[in-house]
Design a protein around this ligand. Structure first.
Ligand code: KG4
Ligand code: ZN
Length: 333
């Protein structure tokens, strides 16, 4: 009994994330400590298609969401009775995938009459910076670079941000993945390209860094340039792969770093932070040495960041959330 009361006093938040190809659940305390963080990646399932197949992702989420939630609660030493509210990604992402997580969250919340917090996935990435033991306090300028988004955000307080610039074509993570694919590194290849680049010469090839007006990004040109270079190398490709990876990565990282510095100057930001899957990139981490980076395990999609964002987003009381829908893009939110 004692223990139960103590646990209830912890006011736990259960986070659920299924926007793309990671089925994730986490338990976080109201003051931002992670008690468990389970991520079940479907990457292997999608690898042979060279990208995420939405319908396959939805079905896999459906199989995994309950066991993943159960494991998150178990690892935290908690039951649903210890949970105060459930935070779930509502968008943006793949519609079918989002609906699996949202429906699971609704059902769990409904069963216990708990409030539900619908979380924006991008705010979730930013909220990866608000967790213990070293939470970052707004205001700061944030580069969000993932497989689906590349944005510069002016973060004034925990619950919202203003978009200062974004990619006009591919996301940075997508550029890493497409480059990795051209080099035969599998899917998603950002991390593999990062590793291979470590043994290559970043000055061996010269790839363009697109400069579009304002604070926006463009990555489609550099990808096409890599495609032509790979084609021209023909039989020599294997011998030059590491150099290609290093040169290509250098170009992507330079684009990210230059625009982030421009934005920091314009917004007169004293602090810069980087979040999203690409924030795991070793060259980016080294090039923006004075910036705050999300911890490695919180860069790629996870539910701890969603629970974290849930701490700063209004909860919808029972039963109003049963009518909530997911949204595929921010414009549709
Ligand atoms: O944030 P995330 O898990 O998913 C989205 O919300 O999109 O980001 C995944 C992206 C993928 O494109 C992956 O290749 C990239 O992050 N990524 C990396 C590295 N680790 C993951 N890109 C470059 N270097 C890395 N070390
Ligand atoms: Zn993400």
């Amino acid at each position: 009994m004692e223990g139960r009361h103590r646990r209830q006093g912890r006011q736990l938040i259960l986070g659920i994330e299924t926007s793309c190809d990671e089925t994730a659940a986490a338990v976080v305390t109201a003051d931002g400590r992670i008690l468990s963080n389970i991520v079940s990646s479907q990457a292997d399932l999608h690898a042979r298609f060279g990208g995420v197949v939405p319908e396959v992702a939805s079905r896999r989420h459906l199989e995994l969401v309950v066991p993943v939630v159960r494991q998150a609660l178990g690892d935290a030493g908690a039951t649903l009775e210890d949970v105060e509210q459930i935070a779930v990604t509502r968008g943006p992402g793949l519609m079918g995938a989002l609906l699996v997580g949202l429906s699971a969250a609704k059902a769990l919340a409904w069963a216990r009459r708990l409030p539900l917090v619908p979380v924006d996935h991008l705010l979730g990435h930013v909220a990866s910076l608000y967790l213990a033991p070293d939470p970052l306090e707004p205001p700061f300028l944030c580069l969000l670079a993932s497989g689906g988004h590349t944005m510069l955000l002016d973060v004034r307080d925990h619950g919202r941000f203003e978009v200062l610039g974004q990619t006009i074509d591919d996301a940075a993570g997508e550029a890493f993945d497409k480059g990795a694919r051209l080099l035969g590194l599998g899917y998603p290849g950002g991390a593999a390209l990062d590793r291979l680049a470590g043994s290559g010469d970043p000055h061996a090839f010269s790839f363009p860094v697109a400069r579009v007006p304002g604070l926006d990004f463009s990555f489609s040109g550099v990808k096409t340039s890599l495609l032509y270079t790979v084609r021209d190398l023909d039989g020599e490709l294997d011998a030059r792969k590491a150099d290609l990876a290093a040169s290509y990565q250098r170009s992507l990282v330079r684009a990210l770093v230059e625009r982030t510095r421009d934005a920091a100057e314009r917004a007169r930001a004293e602090r810069v932070a980087v979040v999203g899957g690409v924030a795991a990139n070793s060259e980016l981490r080294a090039s923006l040495g004075d910036a705050a980076f999300a911890p490695l395990e919180l860069c790629t999609d996870n539910a701890a960041m969603i629970a974290s964002a849930g701490r700063f987003t209004s909860a919808v009381p029972y039963p109003g959330y049963l009518a909530l829908d997911a949204y595929a893009s921010r414009e549709a939110a």
